[in-house]
Design a protein around this ligand. Structure first.
Ligand code: NDP
Length: 398
């Protein structure tokens, strides 16, 4: 049906490539391009059968990427490199006439902001070019937006409160490691918390609000911490009836203690410092010391439980619904050689790409996933490895 180019050969890139290769009738030609081509070649070899071609590209370099896109002419770029590359890849897609999608919003290197305005500003350019840019199509953001849209469409007349709860009950056996790119992960969790309340974002110190959450299906009871996450911005914009929207993530005591110490000694800083006559960014140096998230697959056991609780009204009655997915780290490893965090990001990215390739979601302009009809995406989650459950709750408080 269509040729796609995947950019980024890390933990998530590996999963997206495996999942696209499983759907040969949809993704008839797959090119995996990244800064380090040897990583692309290793993934292509794992998949085998000559299903994936590879290329070397520096996605920060717009002319270089544009030339590759013009030569290959894919229908769509699936950007699973880092958030720093989003705008340069969008520029190259516009130049070459290629649709675009990603799983994380653009971030400048020197400020950990997690805001959509840089990418939303491309609306007119993509619309005029007749191209689509689909933003944030991983699990969170991505599937959490679709879960919210599905509940709003089928179970409520109006939604009022949203709590997105991301629990990773997995254990990789290291004292400290991150499940996706360490630099992005640490920037995210050390940023000030913001949540949506009565028409504005309220800022509170990072990790200052803690709650306990009992996951369904015996995944267990976890401490969760309120933090900012980018889907709060798009969901509060697209669902103006929301009076409150919050994001919560589970962290172990050991993770938080390590993070506190690293922060206290300045190792999580994003400003360059001089070391032996050279400028180094502490968090980038830290990244080189930490385990590569793509290597955690064989040693991670346990399950993730990510979902959304929505409160609102239906036919004049107050109602609470919870939609969630539970994913087993070792099952993911058996299927595609990765842990569940990369898997839960890579599968929705493949499904989003499929929605664009098949035309189900193809529109000109820049879109967040909740702006598109959730039904076909929800059906594909069940089909391609991330089954979900929707339940009504009698009570909910954090
Ligand atoms: P990794 O660090 O494992 O992989 C990133 C890949 O991008 C690497 O292969 C890297 O190349 C490549 N890359 C970096 N810079 C460039 C460049 N300038 N040109 C070309 N390639 C480049 O990260 P993950 O796989 O863990 O994460 C990928 C993305 O997914 C991130 O944006 C992350 O924020 C997002 N994500 C989204 C989630 C969601 O649910 N929405 C959850 C988890 C992650 P090299 O090997 O040379 O370093």
């Amino acid at each position: 049906m269509a040729k796609v180019m995947i950019i980024g050969a890390g933990g998530v890139g590996g999963v997206v490539t495996h999942k696209c290769a499983q759907l040969g009738e949809v993704f008839t030609d797959i090119i995996l391009a990244s800064r380090t081509e040897s990583k692309c070649i290793a993934i292509a070899k794992e998949i085998g059968g000559g299903k994936v071609r590879t290329a070397q590209v520096d996605a920060d370099n717009v002319p270089e990427l544009t030339a590759l896109l013009k030569q290959e002419q894919p229908l769509l770029v699936i950007n699973v490199a880092l958030p720093y590359q989003d705008l340069s890849i969008m520029d190259a897609c516009l130049e070459a006439g290629v649709h675009y999608m990603d799983t994380a919003n653009y971030e400048p290197l020197d400020t950990a902001k997690f805001e959509y305005h840089w990418q939303w500003a491309y609306q007119e350019k993509f619309e005029k070019a007749g191209l689509m840019a689909l933003l944030g199509c991983g699990f969170d953001p991505g599937t959490t937006n679709v879960f919210t849209a599905h509940m709003a469409k089928h179970h409520f007349d109006e939604i009022h409160e949203l709590d997105i709860i991301d629990v990773n009950g997995g254990d990789h056996g290291y004292p400290f490691a991150t499940n996706f790119n360490p630099e992005i992960n640490i920037r995210e969790v050390t940023a000030e918390c913001r949540h949506w309340e009565n028409g504005e974002f309220i800022t509170t110190p990072a990790m200052s609000k803690k709650a306990s959450f009992e996951c369904p299906e015996e995944v267990g009871n976890y401490n969760i911490y309120r933090m900012y996450h980018e889907e709060l911005e798009s969901l509060s914009k697209h669902y103006p009836s929301l009076k409150r929207a919050q994001f919560w993530m589970s962290f172990s005591e050991s993770y938080l203690t390590h993070l506190e110490v690293l922060g206290n000694v300045g190792m999580t800083g994003i400003e360059p410092v001089e070391f032996n006559g050279q400028q180094i960014v502490p968090i980038q140096f830290l990244r080189t010391l930490l385990p590569d998230p793509a290597s955690l697959g064989p040693r991670t056991v346990g399950r993730t439980c990510i979902g959304c609780v929505v409160k609102g009204v239906k036919d004049g009655q107050e109602k609470i619904m919870y939609t969630y997915n539970i994913c087993d780290h070792q099952e993911c490893y058996k299927e595609v050689g990765s842990q569940a965090i990369s898997y839960t990001t890579g599968v929705p990215a493949m499904i989003g790409a499929k929605m664009i390739v098949e035309g189900t979601w193809r529109k000109a302009g820049v879109f967040n996933v909740e702006q598109l009809d959730p039904d076909a995406f929800m059906a594909d989650l069940n089909k391609y490895g991330l089954p979900w459950t929707e339940v009504e709750l009698s009570d909910f408080a954090l």
